[in-house]
Ligand binder design. Structure first.
Ligand SMILES: [Zn+2]
Length: 414
């Protein structure tokens, strides 16, 4: 096996993306320092200097962890590929399991397990050091361990049959070169099923969901749903406080199986009319069909990716360039899923640009069906409670942020 031109293209892309990410982080850090001693205009009455500086310190601490994560995860990708780890694992399993589909499934499952253990120290640090230090962590070691075990079991139960089915389709000769269309259908059906069963079957494995028992708020919400022409199969409160004091709200599920979920941490400290405004924002996403648009574009993206994989799977340079000697369906799948993010990295700003446009549209929808001032005050509370930075760097924000900055959102609402 020899490295080739593709090895260098891959190395160049990965190096460029790492440098770009570190440079953006550095800019963000500078922007936080610059505004550290003054609360940005528009927030002087609602956010104290102390809160603002806490948000600044929190953002800087998160950036520091992120530096390490960027460098470390790149190192891991390189070890898997040109470092030869994947090739070694491929040889290891092929000497033990002769059925190619079973062998491929074992190969992929073992990579997923190893990857989740590599990620473990970062996840421990984030929860028990970083979040703890700023007073956001509510997770006990017991919850953390239980979550980890549940996640691993759930992934194995759901993913192994899916991977097996994908490898089976890739290996039957009767569908020939068009296997990727069949695989795409299977993956799309899998995702739709997950979205459908998530609210009622998967989310309750991790959290408790109680029906909202605040009658005044409930009638406000039902009134809003009626005004805006929505239906739902229930309003629930989730025990988010089990893990973190960060608050959130979401509207989940597809078809008739839709639920409105509020974190208990969000309900605390918000007035009813502010909660109504937050929900109106979420409904705005549905009204403008953002959720559907996102889903359709991700299906198109996955079809295009699979078509590309359909081509790459027959190219020896693709395997050899990424450190794998023996072409196979399972190595092609893993190499592709490692290499794709390196190249699609350069598309992230576009997807975030669309997302920020959607946020403005949802805000406008909320403002037309509830009082804009309620959304402003609830957003301000959210930024304060979550210690979100009010003065991000423009380029950093353009690249990373799926939501417009607080200053821009509130300016528009006014
Ligand atoms: Zn939104």
């Amino acid at each position: 096996m020899e490295f080739n031109t593709f090895t260098f293209v891959f190395l160049f892309a990965i190096l460029t993306s790492v440098l770009a990410l570190l440079w953006l982080n550095f800019r963000q850090d500078k922007a936080i320092k610059r505004s550290f001693n003054e609360v940005p205009n528009g927030f002087k009455e609602t956010i104290t200097l102390e809160d603002h500086q806490k948000a600044g310190n929190y953002t800087k601490a998160k950036l520091l962890v992120n530096h390490f994560e960027i460098i470390f995860s790149t190192f891991i990708v390189l070890v898997w590929t040109i470092g030869g780890a994947m090739n070694w694992l491929d040889v290891f399993w092929s000497q033990r399991i002769s059925n190619p589909i079973l062998m491929g499934t074992t190969f992929i499952a073992s990579i997923m397990l190893i990857a989740s253990f590599i990620d473990l120290p970062f996840s421990i640090y984030r929860n028990f050091v970083l979040e703890q230090k700023f007073g956001f962590n509510r997770m006990t070691v017991k919850t953390f361990t239980a979550d980890l075990i549940k996640e691993i079991l759930l992934t194995l139960i759901l993913m192994i049959p899916l991977i097996y089915a994908i490898l089976y389709l890739m290996n039957i000769s009767s569908i020939g070169d068009y296997w990727w269309i069949y695989v795409w259908v299977i993956i799309s059906l899998f995702i739709l099923t997950m979205m459908w069963i998530y609210p009622s079957f998967i989310a309750p494995i991790f959290n408790k969901f109680d029906p909202l028992d605040n009658d005044a708020l409930k009638s406000r919400i039902n009134n809003l749903l009626e005004r805006t022409g929505f239906g739902s199969d229930g309003i629930f409160v989730m025990d988010g406080s089990k893990r973190s004091s960060h608050g959130n709200a979401y509207f989940t599920g597809i078809g008739k199986n839709k639920r409105i979920v509020f974190f208990d941490t969000l309900l605390k400290g918000m007035e009813d009319k502010e909660i109504e405004a937050i929900l109106a924002h979420e409904l705005g996403h549905f009204h403008h069909k953002h959720t559907r648009q996102r889903m359709i574009s991700s299906f198109i993206f996955s079809l295009a990716s699979l078509a590309l994989l359909g081509y790459l799977i027959n190219q020896n340079w693709f395997y050899n360039g990424l450190g794998v000697a023996e072409p196979s369906s399972h190595t092609a799948l893993v190499l592709f899923s490692l290499a794709l993010p390196v190249f699609s990295f350069f598309v992230t700003p576009i997807s975030n640009l669309v997302s920020r446009k959607h946020e403005f549209q949802a805000d406008a929808f909320a403002a037309s069906h509830t009082d804009a001032n309620d959304l402003i005050s609830s957003l301000t509370k959210l930024y304060k409670e979550n210690s979100s930075s009010l003065s991000p760097d423009k380029l950093y924000s353009a690249f990373h942020d799926s939501h417009p900055s607080a200053v821009l959102r509130i300016e528009r609402l006014q």
